[in-house]
Design a protein around this ligand. Structure first.
Ligand SMILES: C[S@@+](CC[C@H](N)C(=O)[O-])C[C@H]1O[C@@H](n2cnc3c(N)ncnc32)[C@H](O)[C@@H]1O
Length: 267
């Protein structure tokens, strides 16, 4: 297992494709990623309207895109991993959702005209982006002035972040870096967005289920569970880890952010 905290130095773009090609089916079946309550909360943040054209970045198996499609005129889901999109297309067909299309692409170089979307959404993916600033700049470019960029991503408090990065990368080598809420706010503002809402929400996570969605090997699971045993007191005080009926649970955090492209750019 990679020792030491911080960003994953071996990350490259194909790492995401490799990882998610292996887990596409497991990801589609993951109850936590398809949870309707968390999807509804995220979409409420985005203030969707029936006439909207929406882009879902790093759509994966299409959880967000398909939930949004029933509320708006059109959704485009973009992802770098074709096998994830195969699952998304299959789900759209099964659910007879016809106002959604899925295309292979890189969030850092969007194949869309400027100001061509009312909303840009991204959930559970920016921590994979090695080049976050180009991806956020692209989101800004393709949004119409006045449009909303809604983000949900893992975002532990600073005291836990570096410790948890080792678990994140050990579980999924395509994890690059979780950003704290304060980093998110500063980054978005520096690119010209107006941050209207930024909160860190917490939930209790079933850690073994989380490992299984990423197809973590038994050997790696044991290494990661050993690593939990070495957690410093300050980290334990935040995680509140507990074993119940043979399963490990602990607190986990997400940033929920609504940022708007201003109608008039700041002078
Ligand atoms: C954890 S999944 C999230 C899927 C989905 N957004 C959801 O909420 O269920 C992360 C996705 O990010 C995609 N991804 C990673 N880097 C990307 C990039 N640079 N451009 C587009 N997609 C990317 C991966 O292929 C994967 O499908």
């Amino acid at each position: 297992m990679t020792a030491g905290p911080g960003p994953n130095p071996g990350h490259d773009l194909t790492e995401s494709q490799r990882q998610f090609s292996q887990v596409a089916e497991a990801y589609r079946r993951s109850p936590s990623h398809a949870d309707p309550v968390s999807l509804a909360r995220f979409l409420a943040l985005a203030e969707l309207r029936p006439n909207h054209r929406v882009l879902d970045l790093a759509t994966g198996t299409g959880n967000v895109a398909l939930a949004a499609a029933v509320q708006v005129a059109e959704v485009v889901g973009l992802d770098i991993t074709p096998k994830m999109l195969d699952q998304a297309k299959q789900q759209a067909a099964e659910r007879e959702i016809r106002n959604v299309s899925f295309i292979v692409g890189d969030a850092e170089r969007l194949p869309f005209a400027a100001a061509s979307f009312d909303r840009v959404l991204v959930r559970s993916a920016p921590h994979h982006f090695k080049q976050l600033i180009p991806a956020l700049s692209e989101a800004y470019r393709v949004l119409r002035p006045g449009g909303v960029f809604a983000v949900s991503d893992c975002s532990p408090p600073p005291v836990v972040r570096d410790w948890l990065e080792v678990v994140e990368v050990g579980r999924d080598p395509s994890h690059f870096r979780s950003r704290a809420l304060e980093e998110w706010r500063a980054l978005l503002q520096s690119l010209g967005f107006t941050v209207e809402h930024a909160e860190r929400i917490e939930q209790e996570k079933d850690i073994l289920e989380w490992f299984d969605v990423a197809s973590v090997s038994d050997k790696r699971k044991r290494q990661l569970l050993d690593y939990y045993e070495t957690a410093p007191q300050a980290v334990r005080g935040q995680l509140l880890a507990q074993w119940r009926e043979g399963r490990l649970y602990h607190r986990y955090w997400h940033a929920l952010i609504r940022a708007r492209r201003p109608i008039h750019p700041p002078a």
